[in-house]
Design a protein around this ligand. Structure first.
Ligand code: FES
Length: 77
């Protein structure tokens, strides 16, 4: 017996970031990082998108979610 799962009405993940763009894409050349640590938002709620501003903490508390940033660390030899 097969089970068919239908997607509910599509919900957007991105509530407000750069909605005028068809697709939000950012790129970083890692060797050019100026700071030892840079945090990139993955919750789509940062006021400084694409950088994390800590807004994920409020989102996680309000929703029970567990999202956090992508951390880029400069290689130190
Ligand atoms: Fe979005 Fe931190 S504000 S991951």
């Amino acid at each position: 017996r097969s089970v068919v799962v239908r997607a509910e009405a599509a919900e957007t993940i991105n509530p407000a970031v750069r909605k005028e763009e068809d697709k939000v894409v950012d790129s970083v050349v890692v060797s050019e990082l100026s700071k030892p640590l840079t945090a990139y938002c993955r919750c789509w709620r940062s006021g400084t998108f694409p950088l994390c501003d800590g807004s994920h903490v409020k989102h996680n508390k309000a929703t029970g979610d567990n999202v956090g940033p992508l951390l880029l660390k400069k290689h130190v030899s």
